[in-house]
Design a binder for this molecule. Structure first.
Ligand SMILES: Nc1ncnc2c1ncn2[C@@H]1O[C@H](COP(=O)(O)OP(=O)(O)OP(=O)(O)O)[C@@H](O)[C@H]1O
Ligand SMILES: [Mg+2]
Length: 386
């Protein structure tokens, strides 16, 4: 690999990277440590809290850093605490969540045949035998649903009141929290930590820190970093700024001077879509990804497409990827999932000749969605997403 003269470590700008510090989220981290402190006492209680806030405000990053810290603290104090992070756009049902946790921690336990309640019993038995407590972080929890999470929290008392070994940390955007989660969890969740938009000043500090992790000195001046912070302050979203840094870095790499200029920042600004987390596409199954790709293609020159038109395009794309198309019914389900994660709107229109579903895009331009989906399909090989 050719050594970069811009990036000291490009991977620190990738979405999955969790920095060791989160400036301006210290309070939330501390608050979390305080809330979950009862897990270090002898009394077996279940602690359940929620992180609620708009896109790119550090909910995912804070939860992962909290997980590292609490596991570390447990190691130091001789307590056993396991923190498991689950991204619910990938793991979408409670049995799948439980199965994954059991398989990861107790590889020899056969879990394929057993279902729902048996998985809960198995998990609790394991935890009790090993005197271990578990915190499950459920990110983008809407896809799992309030009812399922309520069931999980209630089952924590499987061994009776005061014997709970399972705790949860629920992560969600405010609109999903209000509409899909809170109504089921009113009695379960005791603390809600709200994440507010970052101010321009906070973003200046955050982005300067992130730039210092990823770029060589001299690549990004303080002034230009502040220009990025100003753009990102329109959304108050840290991801917005970080994505601009990454794209501007690529442009600088191709330039003579190997420095980020204001013009590069202006160009990069037009290439990022801060409301759509890039991780979201990564959670999709292969046919959902193909459905996203084909609907985006159908929407490139239209404001809205009827679902049967999108399905026609889906069949063509399936052929291109040498996979057999699923039924229209399946396709409708894929579109429902894609609407649930906020990529599309699916609206049912009442026409004279019956009802018809029409799809429109939400935030991201069709061509960008198309490109991202294609990239993932190509990376994912043949069946990784099935
Ligand atoms: N205070 C911070 N300091 C440094 N980096 C941050 C901070 N807050 C967020 N980030 C970075 O910004 C990006 C977005 O943060 P994160 O993924 O945690 O947002 P989120 O609130 O989970 O958004 P979404 O609702 O879209 O999932 C990540 O790359 C994260 O590392
Ligand atoms: Mg997140």
């Amino acid at each position: 690999m050719i050594r970069s003269s811009v990036f000291k470590d490009e991977s620190t700008l990738f979405p999955e990277y969790v920095p060791p510090l989160l400036p301006h989220r210290e309070k939330q981290l501390e608050h979390l440590m305080r809330i979950y402190r009862p897990l270090f006492s002898d009394k077996l209680v279940s602690v359940n809290s929620a992180l609620v806030g708009q896109a790119g405000l550090g909910k995912t990053a804070t939860s992962k850093l909290f997980g590292q810290k609490i596991e570390e603290m447990a190691r130091q104090s001789g307590s056993k605490i396991i923190f498991e992070y689950m991204y619910c756009s990938t793991v979408r049902t409670l049995p799948a969540v439980l199965r994954q946790i059991i398989m990861k921690n107790w590889k020899k336990v056969p879990v394929m045949g057993i279902t729902g309640n048996e998985l809960i019993i198995e998990l609790n038995d394991r935890l009790r035998r090993e005197n271990t407590r578990l915190i499950i972080a459920l990110d983008d929890a809407k896809l799992l649903g309030g009812e399922a999470i309520h069931g999980l929290i209630r089952s924590a008392e499987y061994f009776g009141y005061g014997n709970a070994l399972v705790s949860t940390l629920i992560i969600s955007r405010p609109e999903d929290w209000v509409a899909h989660l809170y109504p089921h969890l009113i009695e379960d969740v005791h603390s809600v930590i709200e994440f507010l938009r970052y101010t321009e000043q906070e973003l200046q500090e955050i982005l300067a820190y992130r730039a210092s992790l990823s770029f060589y000195e001299g690549v990004l001046s303080r002034e230009n970093c502040n220009m990025v912070a100003k753009i990102a302050s329109e959304t108050g979203n840290a991801r917005h700024g970080i994505e601009i840094l990454r794209h501007a870095g690529y442009l600088a790499e191709k330039s003579e001077d190997k420095k980020i200029t204001p013009e590069m920042i202006r160009i990069a600004k037009n290439e990022v879509y801060p409301e759509t987390s890039p991780e979201i596409l990564r959670g999709l199954h292969r046919h959902e990804l193909i459905a996203a790709l084909s609907t985006a293609t159908a929407l490139k020159y239209e404001v809205a497409v009827p679902i049967h038109k999108a399905y026609e395009q889906y069949r063509i794309v399936c052929e291109e990827y040498q996979t057999s198309p699923r039924s229209t019914r399946n396709f409708r389900n894929y579109i429902r999932v894609l609407a649930d994660i906020g990529l599309f709107n699916a609206v049912v229109k009442n026409l004279k000749r019956g009802r018809r579903t029409v799809i429109t895009l939400t935030d991201i331009p069709a061509s960008i969605l198309e490109e991202r989906a294609r990239k993932l399909l190509e990376q994912g090989g043949k069946d990784n997403y099935d």
